[in-house]
Design a protein around this ligand. Sequence first.
Ligand code: URA
Length: 191
Amino acid sequence: MTTQEKQTELDKIAQEIISKKCGLAIANACLNPVPGIGNSDAQLMFIGEAPGAQEDKLGEPFVGASGKFLDEMLASIGLDRTEVFITNIVKFRPPKNRDPTAKEIAGCLPYLYQQIEIISPQLIIFLGRHSMNVFLPELKISEAHGKIYRRSKMVFLPLYHPAAALYNGSMRATLFEDFSTIPSILNELKN
Ligand code: URA
């Protein structure tokens, strides 16, 4: 598929998320669905947990405080958000930012799988334990962060969630350190 064709397919999925609301009650309680944004040909795909208040207002993932931090980390490896794809497991803001339920995750997951299929990223980066545990339920983020996992042709890199690391000096340093390994991981995956 060309980049344009991929974009067209991603747009179709976004429209489906918006119109069908993944069959979920939270979709009616939020302001805007947040399907995901970025480069349809991205080598890197970032998957967070669920939109927060800012994301809900703007319909874009990671635009609040943790998003600014994510932008900073991307810049530290010479990237910006136009070069990657950013999305969440759940495409709607759960009320009062509670954790998404198993039903809400299951309702949104088919769309995430389709996004992965279309973009076909070389590396999928989980931001936080919630997104990691959807794909790798057996792992603990404190042990798994910064390590590579391979499952049915997909390559995963779990990282701490930027919101958790934002005001925690040592976690913040670890997150930057883990981030700094991304370019060499991508290089190895290309060879
Ligand atoms: N936290 C997430 O997990 N996703 C967002 O989009 C914003 C904050």
